[in-house]
Design a protein around this ligand. Structure first.
Ligand SMILES: [Zn+2]
Ligand SMILES: [Zn+2]
Length: 291
């Protein structure tokens, strides 16, 4: 077994473990499993292109993320390989999107659709642009949005790893991601009570003050960072009275350090449902928490 096979095997084991502990999230985890595995596989196979990131430290310290300072999508990225892998994973996990993904994959293979062209002009998926692009293919704009989100997430995750060393010594005080500017999908409390926010898009993680709302920056008036959502010990969330956003928060013991935060987040969707019923909205809208 290669190192890559072992890594993919760990993902499957983590999904099985959570599905056994919480049978009510098995279906949703199974739907996302092909996407999680494909993302990991593509990231492991993607070569670093050796590019450096021209970073203005002053701007960075003032809260301007990397994505607003330099290009993070390159023409030399393996767009075709990533795009076809993403189409296949979405098709497997979400049979209702299969027809759309087949049509898109055909057009990518035949060269009628060049995925990089979309990213050349836009850092962030814009609803109007997605709609116009979907009409041309033609395919459902919602399905195309899922595809773009996932393809962008893979490239950005690669960039986050490449940029990690350069940004590590710099302090970042914002609740959005220093690499791609997205809000977090999960907070993880680690050793010494440090709170690490997990990016919903590029998988970067950064430390953030425990009592400050990552979304609107208000300090928690209750003097506490989390409330218990459910009776289970682990089920906690940061709730903000001011912006009415929530962020699910977990304690990560050392033995779970390797679990992909996406698996953890999808395994906690029952909390998303509970919190949204109470009138709160997630800091980051993800494919699995939009009800
Ligand atoms: Zn990010
Ligand atoms: Zn807030």
């Amino acid at each position: 077994m290669t190192r890559n096979d072992t890594a993919l095997c760990f993902i499957n084991k983590d999904i099985e473990r959570i599905s056994t502990q919480k049978p009510y999230v098995k279906e949703i985890l199974d739907a996302f499993r092909p996407m999680i595995i494909e993302k990991k596989r593509l990231l492991m196979e993607m070569q670093s292109n050796g590019k450096t990131f021209p970073l203005d430290q002053g701007k960075y310290l003032a809260g301007v993320p990397l994505v607003q300072q330099c290009d993070l999508f390159f023409p030399g990225d393996p767009w075709q390989k990533i795009s076809l892998g993403v189409c296949k994973a979405i098709r497997e996990g979400f049979p209702n999107l299969a027809e759309n993904m087949e049509r898109l994959a055909q057009q990518i293979t035949s060269g009628q659709v060049n995925v990089f062209e979309y990213f050349r002009s836009s850092d962030d998926p814009d609803e109007k642009e997605i709609k116009a692009w979907a009409e041309k293919i033609p395919m459902d704009p919602g399905a195309l949005g899922v595809f773009i989100h996932m393809a962008a997430g893979i490239i950005l995750a690669k960039r986050a790893r490449e940029a990690a060393e350069a940004i590590a010594p710099l302090s970042w005080s914002k609740g959005y991601c220093p690499v791609c500017g997205s809000f977090p999908m999960l907070a993880v409390t680690k050793e010494r009570g440090e709170k690490w926010l997990q990016c919903s898009q590029c998988s970067h993680e950064w430390v953030h003050p425990r009592l400050k709302c990552p979304y609107c920056e208000q300090e928690s008036p209750m003097g506490t960072d989390v409330v218990f959502v459910d009776t289970e010990k682990e089920d906690k969330a940061f709730l903000c009275d001011k912006c009415k956003k929530y962020l699910i928060t977990i304690n990560r013991p050392a033995e779970l350090e390797k679990t992909d935060p996406i698996i953890t987040a999808i395994g906690l969707t029952h909390l998303d449902l509970l919190l949204q019923e109470k009138g709160f909205t997630p800091m980051a809208s993800c494919l699995w928490n939009a009800f």
